[in-house]
Design a protein around this ligand. Structure first.
Ligand code: MN3
Length: 204
């Protein structure tokens, strides 16, 4: 059984950038619903129930067709949100190693922020923008709905949820303002740790 992870901080910890009510509903209603629907979809599939959500998403093509879409949507929703909560924290300075990696890949951290923000703003409808590791190199991609970079052989190290449920209560239709605020609550320490782990994992 997949379960809802606890947030490593209070619902109000990201104020004023992401408001308490949004965080509470996002975690206890939206994320919980993905967990519940994933578990429901896997009922009767004992082989799939043994697998981690990461393995399910990496091996989406091998999943029986009658549950594949449910795993893609609800497994993706579960994994994406679990990652999202861990890369949020207010006022975390960027470690030097991450500054160097972003500068090497994108020219500067400002250029990275601009390109990542453009990718997030450019998602039509609901989806995510991601900083991913592709063959050891950093790249920016966008996905629709709850599609997960793991299913494309990529390792996500940072993601922004641009579904309206992530920002509408506070920012209404102003997605660009939410994206700008997001940059105040990125846990760069954890992003740097994810990048290290991704590069070690892909190198091995
Ligand atoms: Mn969401």
């Amino acid at each position: 059984m997949h379960t809802l992870p606890e947030l490593p901080y209070g619902y109000d910890a990201l104020e004023p950038y992401i408001d308490e009510e949004t965080m509470r509903i996002h975690h206890t209603k939206h994320h919980q619903a993905y967990v519940n629907k994933l578990n429901a979809a896997l009922e009767g599939h004992t082989d799939l129930q043994q697998k981690s959500v990461e393995d399910l998403l990496r091996g989406l093509a091998e999943i029986p067709e009658e549950v594949r879409t449910a795993v893609r949507n609800h497994g993706g929703g579960h994994y994406n949100h679990s990652l999202f909560w861990t890369i949020l924290k207010k006022d975390v300075p960027m470690p030097d190693a991450l500054t160097a990696a972003l500068t090497e890949s994108f020219g500067s951290t400002e250029e990275f922020q601009q390109r990542f923000s453009a990718a997030a703003a450019g998602v039509f409808g609901s989806g995510w923008a991601w900083l991913v590791v592709r063959d050891g190199k950093l790249d920016i991609v966008a996905t629709q709905n709850q599609d997960c970079p793991l299913s494309q052989g990529l390792v996500p190290v940072l993601g922004i949820d641009v579904w309206e449920h992530a920002y509408y209560l506070k920012y209404r239709n102003r997605r660009a303002d939410y994206i700008a605020a997001f940059f105040h609550v990125i846990n760069w320490e954890n992003v740097a740790a994810r990048l290290r782990a991704a590069r070690e994992g892909q190198a091995s």
